[in-house]
Write a protein that binds this ligand. Structure first.
Ligand SMILES: NC(=O)c1ccc[n+]([C@@H]2O[C@H](COP(=O)([O-])OP(=O)(O)OC[C@H]3O[C@@H](n4cnc5c(N)ncnc54)[C@H](O)[C@@H]3O)[C@@H](O)[C@H]2O)c1
Length: 325
């Protein structure tokens, strides 16, 4: 298939683009490099350096060949930032997604895989199924929810088949490919930067949550497992016109547990600073991934925090400055 990958210079998009190429697909990456890295675009992919808000560039790109599917990763991802500058998130994550959907259907494309998030759910003590109550606690999650809802209209009006993948916390690394957000706010790369001597201490935002150790609990999903979910979802779009799946391991780890595991893997003390809660964070987001397991036969391979951290540590040790030399 010819696949158009927005955000394919980013962490998850570039790993998926590489897997698509290995599986024999032809990939065009469309990325503004606002947070991504040219070096992350896999060899063998065509690369278009442009933003989704450039209507003309987008229309030309989508008309440049006959694409079979769009995989839409491009977005701003910092939930905390979305609470300070909501308009920037509504524009890039929602308005630009609409532009992409319009241009895609005008170009005759009828398949889209969309990167959504666990942040669409209301915080819950219980593991989250796809039927759990929706209720984003931050603007970022709301922009993804709005895009999910728009996709359903584009399905019913234009016949656009879609797969919504609600990722939990993406983490870990593949050979030569890892997390390199700038600024980095994700917990695992942050603590590994401390182990590398690039930062002094890790902030723990909130120690009074109703969880066993008072810190937030998250479901961590390894990048290799996220990639395999995309390949399966893309295949399923041949016969199914809509899918929404949680993509999480089903295992919850608290902030303190992740830091403890990082101490064990790196041998570094990893000092922490306890801070007040951060706006928009919820106490617990853990997946029930049964639906994607049952319907697509997906199975996460990385369910152990030490294995996840070991793969991430390998990437950070060998790429201490990410993709830059
Ligand atoms: N990382 C996670 O834990 C996580 C969790 C849930 C969902 N997601 C979603 O997965 C997707 C990928 O996340 P990531 O961690 O790889 O982030 P990332 O920042 O590494 O990648 C995003 C990519 O999108 C590009 N981009 C952003 N706006 C663009 C625009 N207007 N035009 C063209 N390119 C643009 C960036 O340059 C970057 O290469 C995002 O949609 C994110 O919301 C990520």
């Amino acid at each position: 298939m010819n696949i158009f990958v927005t955000g394919g210079a980013g962490y998850i998009g570039s790993a998926t683009a590489e897997a698509l190429i290995k599986a024999g697909h032809s990939v065009t990456v469309y990325d503004s490099l606002v947070t991504g890295h040219r070096e992350a675009v896999p060899a063998g992919a065509d690369f278009i350096h442009a933003s989704l808000d450039d209507n003309q560039a987008l229309a030309e790109a989508l008309a440049s060949k006959k694409f079979d599917a769009v995989m839409h990763f491009a977005a701003f991802i910092e939930a905390g930032e979305s609470m300070k500058d909501p308009g920037r998130f509504f524009r890039n994550n929602f308005a630009n997604s609409l532009q992409l959907m319009d241009t895609a259907v005008q170009s005759g494309i009828r398949k889209m895989v969309f990167s959504s998030t666990a942040a669409v759910y209301r915080s819950s003590e219980e593991p989250l199924t796809e039927d759990s109550p929706i209720g984003p606690t931050n603007v970022y999650g709301h922009t993804k929810l709005m895009t999910e809802q728009a996709l359903e209209w584009y399905r019913s009006i234009f016949g656009l088949h879609y797969a919504v993948l609600r990722y939990f916390n993406a983490c870990g690394a593949l050979p030569g490919r890892g997390e390199a957000h700038q600024p980095e706010s994700h917990l695992i790369p942050r603590v590994l930067q401390i182990a590398l001597g690039q930062a002094e201490s890790a902030n723990i935002f909130g120690t009074d949550y109703p969880t066993p150790d008072g810190t937030c609990i998250r479901d961590y999903i390894h990048i290799a497992d996220l990639v395999s979910a995309h390949i399966l979802a893309l295949g399923a779009l041949e016969t199914r016109d809509k899918m929404t799946y949680n993509v999480g391991s089903g295992n919850g780890f608290s902030v303190r547990e992740v830091i403890e595991a990082a101490r064990a893997v790196t041998g570094h003390a990893i000092p922490v600073v306890e801070m007040p809660r951060r706006a928009g964070d919820s106490a617990r987001l853990v997946a029930t991934p049964e639906r994607i397991q049952k319907e697509l036969g997906w199975q996460p391979q990385f369910t152990n925090m030490q294995d996840i951290l070991s793969s991430a540590w390998e990437w950070h040790k060998t790429h201490p400055h990410g993709y830059s030399k």
